[in-house]
Design a protein around this ligand. Sequence first.
Ligand code: SF4
Length: 227
Amino acid sequence: MLNKQCPDKIDWTDWTWNPISGCLHGCDYCYMNRMEKRFPGINKPAFHFDRIDKFLRSKKVKPGEKIFVGSSGDMWGEWVLDEWISAVLDVVELTPEFTYQFLTKNPDGYADWEFFQNCWIGTTVDGTSRTENNLSTLVRSVPKQFIRFVSFEPLIKNPSINESVFQELDWIIIGADSTRGAKKTPNTWAEFIIDMAREFSIPIWVKDNYQYYDVIKEFPKTKAVNP
Ligand code: SF4
């Protein structure tokens, strides 16, 4: 499905699109896992060929707009079939006028793929030990000619960050745990990341759900094709 985003949803993109859905990572804070309890099977990994076809025929997305691919699952999970990913990357190649944003908790999954210049490639770091290597894996798996980013959302622990790897990034997103009943994420955690990003001139996007005292919404600069 192709969904238009607005400020109270995922405000760092224009559209979400889920030709591959489902996820087996099993995060406690997962919205899709909660949905699974109400609608059994909804979070089961699946490829939706009809959504590829519909997307290519749709005239909804305008040149220059951003599409976050995989908001309801992890299309780079180890369980995802190569032919599913291949079908999505074919669309990305066919439509250089759009920007595609990918995000995963399994950045190893990027290693064997060739990307295109209209891709922004990211990983999630939530501060737990489970995601502590994601940043370095992303930088190792994706060549620096692409925009590489980290989404610190939901930030559920103060992350420990390796500065020398962090400075290789092109964009930072910071967001809170918006699960019902979750405690307010301390501003000091965001400050720590923001200070480091400022030191290396990395653009930052802080989501409203963090309730940070400052509004920071910056996008990365497009990278040259042959840096
Ligand atoms: S990685 Fe994302 S989609 Fe998968 S279980 Fe965790 S929160 Fe849910």
